[in-house]
Design a protein around this ligand. Structure first.
Ligand code: ATP
Ligand code: MG
Ligand code: FE
Length: 340
């Protein structure tokens, strides 16, 4: 079956085609970074309108790239949440319209399940069970993944998400939005070890995270340094603090679950230092490490079409609901799947 995936939960507009046996056929994506840059963050109303404006052109581009048309599509999968409700509605409305017009089934997809299973797109041999570290702009979670749709939350951020901490710290350092990649770039020019920054919530063996204090610690250090030349070193220490904290918790999660596979996903998984640290951790723990290519870490429609293909059994004939908030643990196995 050929599944069209539509992503519009935040500031990326994207469509992709995934075939259940042939795999990914192609994707067309537009990032709204330039649109929101002047405001230092995503403006929901601008995001919604831009999704509406871009989606038709992206569909045409996808068709051009893959040589497939709507007539070849068997089901339409769209991001139903979590995300900005107006932005979600733009994708959901298109999905509903296409499905009704071409008499196709609709599959509502959980955005974080998309991120979670994105590594499978580049590493088909990846199998359950595994521990997943989901680190994105809005989420930081450790999840024990037992089977498709059976996700057990081990820990999550009590305040800022990891990506949010990168973005806010980048803003403190005067870097442009989106701050994560800019901060990582600055950190690469610095040397860590000069500044003492906390490793939040690592004194006790818990799996929850807290990153807002780390951001404050950077602000305090920043007030003491006067030279701009100190910024790369401070950025390097911030990045190291986040990476070491995430790495410690991943080790504990592997030990607590007895699982031998670790996967990272979400935008922050694009971070080179984090990838290297977790690779080293897994080698030391005798675990297998899975990470998607950078393009599959940040928001995309390939991951949505992919989950749609795995959840064809959940397809519905009408209604394209969206949910701004949607806990991953509320998901279940696809309809009709055997209980694991
Ligand atoms: P969510 O998926 O939780 O709804 P989102 O979709 O906005 O949030 P993603 O697109 O998955 O999040 O990831 C974006 C985040 O990843 C941003 O916070 C960005 O700064 C961060 N990020 C991207 N690349 C890097 C990098 N190289 N280093 C650190 N952070 C990064
Ligand atoms: Mg984004
Ligand atoms: Fe995302």
């Amino acid at each position: 079956a050929l599944v069209l995936g539509i992503e519009s939960s935040c500031d990326e507009t994207a469509v992709a085609l995934y075939h259940t046996t042939d795999g990914l056929l192609g994707e067309a994506l537009h990032s709204q970074i330039d649109l929101h840059a002047a405001y230092g963050g995503v403006v929901p109303e601008l995001a919604s309108r831009d999704h509406v404006r871009r989606l038709p052109g992206l569909l045409a581009e996808l068709s051009h790239k893959t040589g497939r048309t709507l007539a070849d599509v068997d089901a339409v999968a769209y991001t139903a949440g979590p995300g900005l409700v107006g932005a979600l509605l733009a994708g959901a409305s298109l999905a509903a319209g296409l499905a009704q017009g071409a008499d196709l089934p609709l599959i509502p997809v959980h955005h974080m399940e998309g991120h979670l299973l994105a590594p499978v797109l580049s590493e088909p041999e990846l199998d359950f069970p595994f521990v997943a570290l989901l680190v994105s702009g809005g989420h930081t979670m450790l999840v024990a993944c037992h089977a498709l749709g059976r996700y057990e939350l081990l820990g999550q951020s009590l305040d800022d998400a990891a990506g949010e901490a990168f973005d806010k710290t980048a803003q403190l350092l005067g870097l442009d939005y989106p701050g994560g990649p800019a901060l990582a770039h600055l950190a690469a020019q610095g040397t860590p070890g000069r500044f003492t920054l906390p490793r939040p919530l690592t004194r006790q063996r818990g799996l929850d995270f807290s990153f807002s204090g780390l951001k404050t610690a950077v602000a305090n250090q920043l007030a003491k340094v006067s030279d701009v030349q100190d910024h790369p070193d401070l950025a390097a220490d911030f990045e190291l603090a986040v990476v070491e904290t995430l790495s410690t918790k991943c080790r504990w999660a592997l030990e607590a679950t007895g699982m031998s596979r670790l996967l990272i996903a979400g935008g922050v998984a694009a971070n080179t230092r984090l990838r290297a640290a977790l690779q080293t951790l897994c080698e030391a723990q005798g675990a297998h490490f899975f990470v998607p290519s950078a393009a599959l870490c940040t928001d995309n429609a390939s991951m949505i079409a992919h989950v749609g293909a795995l959840r064809l059994a959940d397809a519905q004939r009408s209604g394209a609901p969206v949910r701004a908030r949607w806990p991953l643990s509320e998901l279940s196995a696809p309809r009709g799947a055997a209980h694991a």
